[in-house]
Design a protein. Structure first.
Length: 445
């Protein structure tokens, strides 16, 4: 009862949503809730953040840096202060008859400062740097590729939702066809039982009817399993409980798209082709960067800080240090030339891949359109065959009642009608499945 009410509620919600069909509602829901799509959208957002990070390299970078050192031993410099001043002081003491000028010892100063602190705020900023500009361009193109990946998966997701829904309807309609055949066979079983009691029938006829009934029950079970499997996969795509109810909605008679009838096939702006075009653009940027190897890089820097001994801060402790850093490559063992040739080779590979994918996609589109035509013709043939089988069954049924046709002929006629109904149902939804694939391959929505 709860499942029935949930189906009714879901039907009302979908029908009140701008006249939206059940399938359109499922597609819209999948585009909002599908987990794989959300992961790809998260990857796209990450690529946008990477682009912002690449842009930040154009701006100044500032950080605090502090250092405190304790040192003893190591290299030192001798300063002969005593050797220089003591003779002079001695002469002055003799002249003044005093000891006003004491003896001075030689000094020794180590290279490593002891009990010394150095704190500063450092800032650097690039002025000329082609690598940063190329990096930003590449990150921008990578973000565009990731966005195209999201759009490509959306098209694939729409196709998968349609396919799962068509397979669900196909299986449900098969169940209905088998149920209808089951009612007829059950009636035949009852008739044969009654006739057998009256001695007007053969036990073989009753056995044949019961065998047919068991076969149909097996087919019903199999068709129900297929419908439940298709519904579970659809719910998986929608990120719902696998046992969630799915609305059954009849499809209109299949019609071929005008582009297939007129053979005006068009890939349009397929994401795969646009991705390769953007990849080629990235490789061109890399090649330009390699070719600009000898261009100089210029950075500016500024340090504001304080340094001294024993953590004493005086006016003389504060300092600033600024300037420019120039880097001009001269020789790198011809690595840059090898990198240029590698970039050119990679660019050629992308161009070849681009041409191959374009041909491959055109071939797939052509094959899909041919399959669609074949499926449509098959469905039209199935309709005629089903109509003929229905007429044949009615004639045999009438003849059986009049004693003209045998019971075996009646069962065979009924089986032919059931099989023709199943074939029509299968080919109808096979057409829709192939149509969704064609729409995925072409510029159709």
């Amino acid at each position: 009862m709860k499942r029935f009410l949930s189906v009714i509620l879901l039907t009302l919600l979908l029908s009140s949503s701008r006249g939206q069909s059940a399938l359109e509602g499922y597609i819209e829901q999948a585009l909002k809730t599908n987990l794989s799509l959300q992961q790809k959208q998260a990857d796209w957002k990450s690529s946008l953040l990477a682009l912002k990070e690449a842009h930040s390299y154009f701006l100044p970078t500032t950080w605090f840096e502090g250092q405190y050192t304790l040192a003893q031993g190591g290299r030192a410099i001798e300063i002969p202060i005593g050797d220089l001043l003591n003779p002079v002081y001695k002469t002055l003491n003799q002249l003044t008859s005093s000891n006003a000028f004491p003896t001075v010892s030689n000094a020794k100063e180590g290279f490593f400062p002891n009990n010394f602190y150095d704190t500063r705020i450092k800032t650097t900023m690039p002025i000329l740097n082609n690598s940063i500009r190329t990096n930003e361009s590449v990150k921008k193109d990578l973000a565009a590729i990731q966005e195209l990946t999201v759009e490509s998966y959306k098209r694939e997701l729409i196709k998968e939702v349609k396919t799962a829904y068509y397979q669900y309807l196909q299986a449900l309609n098969a169940v209905a066809i088998y149920e209808s055949a089951k009612l007829v066979v059950q009636q035949q079983v009852r008739v044969q039982q009654a006739l057998l009691k009256e001695g007007k029938s053969l036990p073989a006829y009753l056995t044949r009817s019961e065998t047919e009934l068991l076969s149909i029950e097996k087919d019903i079970y199999s068709a129900k399993n297929r419908s439940e499997t298709a519904a579970a996969y659809l719910n998986f795509l929608l990120n719902r409980s696998l046992s969630e109810s799915v609305i059954k909605e009849d499809m209109v008679a299949p019609q071929l798209p005008e582009s297939v009838i007129s053979n005006t096939l068009n890939l349009g702006n397929r994401e795969e082709l646009t991705q390769l075009t953007t990849t080629k653009k990235i490789q061109e940027s890399v090649l330009k960067m390699r070719e600009r190897y000898y261009r100089p890089q210029l950075n500016a820097f500024l340090d504001l800080g304080s340094q001294g001994f024993d953590f004493k801060v005086k006016s003389s402790s504060f300092f600033y240090l600024g300037g420019f850093q120039l880097n001009i490559p001269i020789y790198s063992g011809n690595r840059n030339k090898v990198q240029i040739e590698t970039a050119k080779t990679d660019l050629k590979k992308i161009e070849l891949r681009q041409a191959e994918v374009n041909q491959q996609l055109n071939l797939e589109l052509f094959q899909t359109s041919q399959q669609l035509k074949t499926s449509y013709r098959q469905f039209q043939t199935d309709l005629s065959r089903e109509h003929t089988a229905a007429q044949y069954y009615r004639l045999i049924e009438k003849g059986f009642k009049e004693g003209v046709n045998s019971f075996i002929e009646l069962l065979d006629a009924r089986n032919q009608w059931t099989l023709s109904q199943l074939q029509t149902n299968n080919d109808k939804y096979l057409f829709y499945i192939q149509l969704s694939n064609y729409n995925r391959q072409s510029i159709q929505p």
